[in-house]
Design a protein around this ligand. Structure first.
Ligand SMILES: Cc1cc2nc3c(=O)[nH]c(=O)nc-3n(C[C@H](O)[C@H](O)[C@H](O)COP(=O)(O)OP(=O)(O)OC[C@H]3O[C@@H](n4cnc5c(N)ncnc54)[C@H](O)[C@@H]3O)c2cc1C
Length: 401
């Protein structure tokens, strides 16, 4: 019987193992760390947003330029399929107010436990502490506690993850080994990450940790509603993550970029100008902002921080400034802190079965492929869907040999 290997025990690799073993293949999964699914468990700390309940076409659009190449995989394992699959593992899910889907228990460990039990029943062999360290002709070299071992398989599925949070296992050490084989791998960049700004020490000191709620922010990604948090070094939070690809790309292209924040999206500029003009002249600037424009201390602080001479502006100009506070962005936070990464194996290297054209018999899936998506469950959705599709591609390949 043919022997297949999966390298990487994240959601993509585990899903591939399930599909291959359920089809009767003898599967060995190799994982560098002492346990599998570490990033999945980390995602569980914030509730495990496993997919999104929006319309399927809207979901596909979240993958931007890669949506065409991901379509078949995502059509084959939709958000509803993911929810049904969770239920099959005894994990009920629910749709949160924003359409994000979470397990009822808001954590990953029960799902991972049930999943590993299913894989064990299917006969999947998991070899932890087996770090793939490169090729040996058509074979593979692994560093293990007992020394280096060299193994050969009929087909191999790489599911090594991206480059964020390397301490959880996905450290992108594999990039040069694939490049040596002529495979194009786009450099990894932080995605869904915070950004650094040049806050004054006084602002950073006073407002680090403070949330800006019910604002909108505009970049080349468009105008999006949401909230974010001030940090000592800059800003983070869901609204910043939603803009992160656009901010990162315009920094790369132009060396500078600005995020424009509307502190009062519910009030028109004219209305704000009238409300501000009505405030008694004896009021302090802070009082004018609070009573006239409804700005809480952190919003007022951000306005002062980013708009030079704000206190001297007349009502008209102040209203305009409140509707478009320009925050100069310096750089993204390091990839080590990002929720996910952009970059990876180019789709031009893969056939429609997710097989590497330059390495027949080698397949790839998950975050190691060159796509990115915002937070909202889209990352796990595409990792699960591509893991499944690549495993099906491998079954097709093995059947035709
Ligand atoms: C803090 C945080 C929160 C997140 N929250 C969410 C969320 O709520 N919703 C969501 O959709 N996504 C979330 N994500 C992203 C999501 O977890 C990842 O996109 C997903 O885990 C990627 O799956 P993967 O299988 O491709 O890779 P990974 O999960 O990274 O797994 C890759 C595996 O390969 C192993 N490996 C790497 N190199 C080798 C090697 N040389 N030899 C052997 N094994 C190797 C690694 O140890 C790892 O176990 C979050 C990420 C982080 C960091």
């Amino acid at each position: 019987m043919s022997q297949v290997a999966i390298i990487g025990g994240g959601p993509a690799g585990l899903m591939a193992a399930e599909v291959l073993a359920a089809a009767g293949r003898s599967v060995t999964l190799f994982e560098a760390m002492p346990t599998v699914g570490r990033k999945l468990l980390m995602a569980g700390k914030s509730g495990l947003n496993i997919t999104h309940a929006e319309d399927h076409e809207a979901l596909l659009r979240r993958y931007g330029a890669a949506s065409g190449r991901l379509r078949a995989a995502l059509d084959g394992f939709t958000a509803q399929d993911i929810r049904a699959w969770c239920l099959g593992l005894g994990v009920e899910t629910f749709v949160g107010s924003s359409g994000r889907v979470f397990p009822r228990e808001m954590k990953a460990s029960p799902l991972l436990r049930a999943w590993l039990a299913r894989l064990a029943e299917l006969g999947v062999e998991i070899q932890t502490r087996h770090r793939w360290v490169g090729f040996e002709d058509r074979g593979l070299k692994f560093a293990t506690p007992g020394g280096e071992v060299r193994l050969q398989f009929d087909a191999v599925l790489l599911a090594l993850g991206g480059a964020s949070w390397p301490r959880l296992g996905s450290d992108a050490a594999w990039v040069p080994w694939l490049r040596e084989r002529g495979i194009a791998v786009a450099p990894f960049l932080p995605a869904n990450c915070g950004f650094e700004t040049a806050w004054s020490p006084a602002f950073a000191e006073r407002f680090a940790g403070a949330p800006l709620k019910s604002v909108t922010a505009t970049s080349s990604a468009g105008t999006l509603p949401g909230e974010f948090v001030i940090t000592r070094w800059g800003m983070e939070g869901s609204l910043i993550y939603a803009h992160s690809a656009a901010l990162r790309d315009s920094l790369l292209a132009d060396g500078r970029t600005v995020l424009e924040v509307d502190l009062m999206p519910g009030r028109s500029q004219d209305r704000l100008a009238r409300d501000l003009a009505r405030q008694p002249a004896k009021f302090s600037f802070s009082n004018r902002l609070r009573k006239g424009a409804g700005l809480d201390p952190v919003k007022a602080g951000l306005l002062r921080e980013c708009v030079a001479g704000a206190a001297g502006l007349d009502a008209e100009r102040l209203a305009a400034a409140i509707k478009a506070v320009p925050i100069v962005i310096l750089r993204p936070r390091p990839i080590e802190e990002a929720i996910s990464s952009a970059g990876g194996i180019g789709f031009s290297e893969l056939d429609e079965r997710f097989m590497l054209e330059r390495l027949p018999g080698f397949f790839a899936a998950g975050e190691m492929l060159d796509w990115e998506a915002p937070t909202g469950g889209y990352l796990l959705t595409a990792c699960l869907a591509t893991g499944r599709a690549a495993a099906q591609g491998m079954l097709d390949y093995l059947a035709r040999r």
